[in-house]
Ligand binder design. Sequence first.
Ligand code: FCB
Length: 447
Amino acid sequence: MPISLPSQSKMLAPNFIFGVATASFQIEGATDADHRLTSIWDTFCATPGKVKGGDNGEQACDHYHRWEEDIALIKDLGVDAYRLSIAWPRVMNEQGEANQAGLDFYQRLLTRLKAEGLTVFVTLYHWDLPQYLEDKGGWLNRETAYQFKHYADIVSNALGEWVDSWATFNEPFCAAILGYELGIHAPGLSKPEYGRQAAHHILLAHGLALPVIRHNAPNAQVGIVLNMNRSYAASEKAEDQFACLMRDILDNQFFIEPLMKGQYPQLLNKVAPQYLPNILPGDMAIISQPIDFLGMNYYTCNHNAYDANHLFKDVKNAQPVEYTDIGWEIAPHAFTELLVNLNKQYRLPPLYITENGMACADHNIDGDINDEQRVRYLHSHLNAVHHAIEAGVDIRGYFAWSLMDNFEWAEGYSKRFGLIYVDYQTQQRTMKRSGHAYRALMDSRAG
Ligand code: FCB
């Protein structure tokens, strides 16, 4: 089965960008190279019981050494763009000075990407906070936002020449809530009031960095990447409807509303003030400065029933539906609805789908990785994006997650999201059927 779009789709026009995405800690390995400092994910991986199989990022995909081969693979996929992230612990030391050896790695990488004609999307923070900053409170410490601004200054100054698009953060929800409220991601803290305060400092850091990046890289676009799942109520009952509303507010609106409207969802004042962070005068204006684009990462939807202690609880879809290897419901219609609803609620800047993809239990059988479920997923989700565009949402690009199998955070290497299969013993890369199908879609545009 091919991945296809209607022949008149705007996504097949030359100005629509197709790409693949990765993140530093998930692929680079070489955690001791060139004076890299320890990150919170190195520490988390070294804490027994936190990451499946005791996996860590020491080798990962060894991209730090194999980047030339990996750029060749990006070219093999025939895409227009590559989204990557910079590892903060590689490029800045504890004194706040640039680490030139770390910057040199990215300079080599970006120079080659541009020489290959690729559009380059860089994310400054995809979760690998230097551990020394966590030791001072991490995202619970307001000072970390100012440290981020300084880091953004160093990086956009040194690498601005090669970057087309900057995102300050990837998924503040995951960094703050999974990391500081639910404890399932680094740094592994779990108090409700922590998560929301960490989120506020991350959004503040975004706002503080914006003018700095604009000054250093005036020709690039600057934005932020959010992740959202479409929320449904488990039933028609009023209490389940309320649970669904709160899920949407706490997971989705809590992150987009401050950016777009300069306020946290007002309903929280009434029904759940414990989820409101401490805000200093002026913070919301800093956070809500205009951005050039909004990145959206979409994977799945959720179903919510009322829970007296936590406002909502996750339940399974009562209908028979298909799930991915990580247990996420496959719901392309929810993707369209989410985008269309956001477009009604907010005056959105242009959107890019900065991540979308699925985990399959892939096996390499004599060089053939038959991930037909992923081919179907990409087909249905690309068409979901098409439908959203038809309904009036301004979407300019789509990045598949991920270029290749990699370190899937708390799941370690057990979950494979790549279009390219990685054998972690030999570091051999093999294109899966989904990679071939994505390539065929890219080729179909030219003709
Ligand atoms: C997103 C992350 C990305 C990847 C996918 C599966 O939340 O941004 O790094 O792990 O999930």
